[in-house]
Design a protein around this ligand. Structure first.
Ligand SMILES: Nc1ncnc2c1ncn2[C@@H]1O[C@H](COP(=O)(O)OP(=O)(O)OP(=O)(O)O)[C@@H](O)[C@H]1O
Length: 516
């Protein structure tokens, strides 16, 4: 991402007043100058992608260090702050203009910083109009001053969520003038209860300082309400990564670093997200991330005792099972939309080539559901209904990995579903046989990290709108829905296009991942 750290690369001799003029966008205040003179030798200019601070005193002023500006090259008098990093700006009666921004301390850490200057001649109308223009560039179509219900799971990840929230997240949200209502989860399922009772008119976002478990609970809580469709549409669920699995943040904030994710949430665009109904027994659960049966589920859920290994735990777990060529027989029926990789790639490229909304226009153009609309009815029945006549139940005797994903990244180095489109109404389904020769199996595992996975011949990859899977010949085993263990019995999944809402960086609503 472009951050304040790039400031040092700017040409120190460039005259910011010569920065190409930005074309006025609808809603922008016409006639407001891009450059404000702030003192004898200083100016603030709205450049193409950043706010350019020209200040002769930056060359030797140590006091300006408290402003958080970078002094890697003390001879420079020009610094730029990417608009993306600008959090807030305001002015006082006596002509002070104060700009708060997220300063990149390192690629994984941003901290709030301030630049403050006095206008040459106090002019409230000018200051106000210029600040409006700056905030317009800084936020674009993203809502300013979001009202956020923050849920902190004190036991998420290594148990450091409360500390991470106060140290890395809250300062960024506060600097952006978000309205915050913070609550710690006190027990399992608390996220469901909070979302179920949430005052929908009081918040725009529920941000979870947690792993993927709390977002899963929040979407399910919203889904239990009598006004589920409206609640899922109105309330964006985001993650401020503080857990052991932070896939939601990796895919939409482009990072699993708490402070960088906080900035992404501040700047996030409302992004429609498919949610899938998983029916099992007589239960119906919403899934935003994944369902897995076989090697991934077993590795994820059966290796808790290896947590001390950190991220190597997963690789180790998969390797031991690959080498023993474990199979997990099942009968599977799918309703496919893209039945082969060529069709999948085509669908991805078509979506990725769509023009983004015009500047200032929202990405989310879904119609608002009626206030009384509940969760959508199942189009294909549940797991207990007869198999829809156009689905075939196909025996998979050698199944090794059954993995269905709604978004791309499952963990930091695993872009497992590179073709995933968050609101295409499909879930991406990967199937790999468990009896592939060991060396090839290992190369598949390595292919996930290297990005070659999708094209490997042993990897079956489809886009489906619904499926049913019935495990066979195993007394017990592991099934994971969004990383949580569910009973070992058959289940059916049906995708609801754009039923949920998250916040994302991508102007086309795509995941922050390399596609296909
Ligand atoms: N105060 C609490 N005490 C015990 N469990 C809680 C509490 N708050 C939340 N939980 C539960 O913790 C689970 C995991 O949460 P989360 O996803 O935040 O963390 P994680 O570290 O990524 O998860 P995991 O333990 O699954 O790896 C959720 O199922 C949630 O219900």
């Amino acid at each position: 991402m472009t951050m304040a750290a790039t400031a040092g690369r700017d040409d120190p001799f460039r005259d910011p007043s010569l920065v190409p003029k930005h074309t006025a966008q609808p809603g922008e205040v016409a006639g407001v100058p891009d450059t404000l003179a702030v003192g004898r030798d200083a100016s603030l200019t709205l450049g193409t992608d950043s706010l350019v601070v020209l200040d002769e005193e930056l060359q030797d002023s140590k006091s300006a260090r408290c402003c958080g500006l970078s002094f890697s090259n003390a001879s420079k008098s020009t610094r730029s702050i990417p608009f993306y990093n600008v959090l807030w700006a305001e002015h006082s009666e006596n002509g002070d203009i104060t700009i708060q921004y997220a300063h990149a301390v390192s690629p994984k850490v941003v901290r709030p910083a301030i630049v403050s200057y006095k206008l040459d001649k106090p002019d409230s109308a000018l200051a106000e109009a210029w600040i409006e223009k700056l905030l317009d560039r800084a936020y674009g179509a993203s809502q300013r001053q979001k009202r956020i219900k923050v849920l902190v799971n004190p036991f998420g990840g290594q148990g450091g969520a409360v500390k991470m929230y106060h140290k890395s997240i809250a300062p960024i949200l506060a600097a952006a003038r978000c309205t915050l209502d913070v609550e710690k989860t006190t027990h399992q399922g608390h996220g469901v209860e909070i979302a179920q009772a949430l005052d929908m008119d009081a918040y725009d976002v529920v941000a979870c300082c947690s792993g993927d478990g709390i977002p899963h609970e929040v979407w399910n809580g919203l889904g239990k309400r009598p006004d589920a469709a409206l609640a899922l549409h109105k309330i964006a669920v985001a993650q401020l990564p503080c857990g052991s699995g932070n896939a939601l943040s990796l895919n939409f904030n482009g990072s699993d670093s708490p402070s960088v994710a906080a900035l992404a949430v501040v700047k996030g665009l409302r992004t429609p997200l498919d949610l899938a109904s998983v029916t099992q027994g007589d239960r119906r659960t919403l899934s935003f991330l994944s369902q897995s049966v076989g090697i991934v589920a077993e590795t994820d859920l059966a290796t808790e005792h290896l947590r001390w290994m950190g991220s190597a735990r997963f690789t180790f777990g998969v390797l031991t099972r690959l080498l023993s060529q474990t199979v997990y027989p099942a009968d599977i029926a799918v309703k496919a939309v893209c039945a082969n990789k060529a069709a999948v790639r085509d669908a991805y490229r078509t979506a990725a080539a769509q023009p983004p909304p015009p500047p200032g226009h929202p990405l989310d153009t879904r119609p608002v559901p009626a206030a009384s609309a509940p969760l959508p009815a199942l189009q294909h029945g549940d797991i207990n209904a007869p198999l829809p006549p156009d689905w075939d139940l196909i025996p998979h005797d050698k199944l090794g990995n059954f993995y269905a994903g709604n978004i791309s990244y499952m963990s930091p180095d695993a872009n497992f579903f590179p073709a995933a489109l968050p609101s295409d109404g499909c879930i991406d389904l990967v199937r790999i046989n468990g009896d592939v020769p060991r060396l090839r199996a290992v190369s598949i595992l390595l292919g996930v990290e290297s990005g070659k996975f999708f094209d490997m011949e042993d990897v079956d990859y489809q886009k489906v709108v619904a499926y049913r899977i019935l495990p066979r010949e195993q007394k017990d085993g592991y099934i994971s829905v969004d990383g949580e263990r569910v009973p070992f019995e058959g289940f059916q999944v049906e995708v609801h296009r754009g039923l949920g809402t998250t916040l994302g960086k991508n102007e086309r609503g795509l995941c922050e991942a390399k596609g296909v």
